[in-house]
Design a protein around this ligand. Sequence first.
Ligand code: ACO
Length: 429
Amino acid sequence: METTGTIRLGNENFEFPIIEGTEGEKALDIRTLRAKSGHIMFDEGYGNTGSCLSQISFIDGEKGILRHRGYPIEQLAEQSTFLEAAMLVIYGELPKSGCLDAFRNHVRDHASIHTGMHHHFDGFPSKAHPMAILSAMLNSLGAYYPEMSSNDREQDLVHFDETAALLISKVRTIAAMTYRMKQGLPFVFPDRNRRYAENFLHMMFSEPYNTYIDSCGAADALDLFLLLHADHEQNCSTSTVRMVASGGANLFASVSAGVCALWGPSHGGANMAVIQMLEEIHAAGDDGSRFIEDAKNGKAKLMGFGHRVYKNYDPRAKILGKSAEHVLSGIGIDDPLLDIAKHLEQAALEDDYFVKRKLYPNVDFYSGILLKAIGIPVEMFTVMFAIGRMPGWIANWKEIAENPKSRIHRPRQVYTGEPQRDFVKLGDR
Ligand code: ACO
């Protein structure tokens, strides 16, 4: 195996070590390139740039493989739960039963929100987007736990276990409270006797006079949805969390930034966009065929399709597609959007445009249908993604914080603006 690679610039050769990951991924280690040659690499969008060494998740986009800490996502989806998978992602091993129970109790203990924070909700207009509220609230949360958000890595790490459980718990409560506030409904307190996903549905949908009862497996489906979102390597929001963490910022601030990065329609916001697209197709009386043509002609984008890394079926989309169908039939809903989605998928998988570009359904393609069936409003979809992604953000923050050699993330640029020029006085312009 080659252990070095050479870059030739003009007449000069520059040699760099090749590093190899445990799954055989190879990278040319060009950290000394600028110092040796005066050049930097230009890689807009970072499609060819490894920003870190990480032990958390592995993706083989060509084969459609996703593993967390070595365990295939299919096995975790089949046999694990969100909280167990969260521990795996954060701590690196499947927890023994005592540890898992302790973690669950920790999460239960932290479910409620300081009453001081209840008043923060009053400050938001009812039209505020739940992602704006979530990001602001997660950052504010740090203010209530100054010992956990000191921006002194050693100190923040001393409290890490508690902070991790607290964030996984409170992100769920904040999300449910956001929904209730926007609906003008009273907040519902968490219930210790309910499991993670079920407790969320309780805080969303119970009324003081009418307790939410899950009669159709919604909590299990939601738990699966959250597990499937637990981590996904160096995506836009996780890279943002690492970027913020690299400057030494605390975990609350870092995950709050992650929420903002997740919000965009090219990333976590795609699950909202998919439902909007399916509803528009339905309202136009199309079965998806016309929309496919529009997507091919550049007039529209098939939301929930395509991925920077997967050039094959996103394994999470396969699992979620089945789960959405299962939940819909459990509730007895015949959602025309599911039929349109299936038709779009079939048509796209057989169409040259999509085949050539290796565009397959991603995790967001079916997740909206599932969330809609559970009763989650579309505006909350990306918030649901954020709840699921919390373990991944936490694990990536930990990887940065625990690495004594980690450097602040600071990419360079190629400047393409005006060359130096002299200042022109106001009257002479
Ligand atoms: N519909 C139609 N055409 C598409 C789509 C799509 N969804 N996605 C990519 N293409 C086309 C592009 O137009 C381009 O065509 P061209 O070669 O003729 O110019 C080609 O496929 C390559 O696309 P890029 O934009 O270069 O792919 P990139 O890796 O930059 O983008 C992204 C990936 C953002 C996910 C893109 O596929 C997309 O916008 N998809 C829809 C939004 C979406 O579902 N996002 C969720 C991603 S998963 C997640 O974050 C959870």
